[in-house]
Design a protein. Structure first.
Length: 151
């Protein structure tokens, strides 16, 4: 049921342009502490989204949600051809069944800010769901990073 609800929310958001540009998260209680971007390819039951969140320890965290496809373990994320070898961890966190990306650090978040596309490489990901545009991420990430700084 939670996946169906997420699918409906994401599709409603994509109709409003969420797939085209990074925006505050659509999840309750997360709009001020997380941003999200989604692939242009989406249906009611299939999507690909990334979330960047200000975690409780004031560090940025990265999450990926591709229903029924992602699995715990190694993953490669590429930003404009630059590969980052990371690992996925399952979580019952703030973004439904999204996986947390372990190892995402400052170097990767800096690449997000200047990149054009995030490519997700793991077995089973279909073409169209493997790319998330980074249009609009720089100002959204800058604002999130500033609010995430230790006080």
């Amino acid at each position: 049921m939670r996946s169906l609800t997420l699918g409906l929310l994401l599709c409603a958001g994509s109709a409003a342009g969420a797939a085209a540009e990074w925006r505050p998260s659509i999840f309750d209680g997360e709009s001020k502490r997380a941003i999200q971007g989604c692939s242009a390819t989406m249906t009611d039951d299939a999507w690909s989204c990334a979330f960047i969140r200000c975690e409780a320890d004031r560090q940025l965290g990265l999450y990926l949600d591709i229903p029924g496809v992602l699995s715990e373990g190694p993953i490669t994320l590429a930003i404009d051809g630059r590969d980052f070898r990371l690992a996925l961890q399952p979580t019952r966190g703030p973004f439904g069944d999204a996986h947390r990306v372990a190892g995402a650090g400052a170097e990767m978040f800096a690449a997000f800010a200047t990149g054009r596309s995030l490519r997700i490489r793991q077995d089973g990901i279909k073409k169209g769901y493997d790319a998330i545009p980074l249009a609009g991420i720089a100002p959204a990430l800058r604002k999130l990073s500033q609010s995430c700084q230790p006080r």
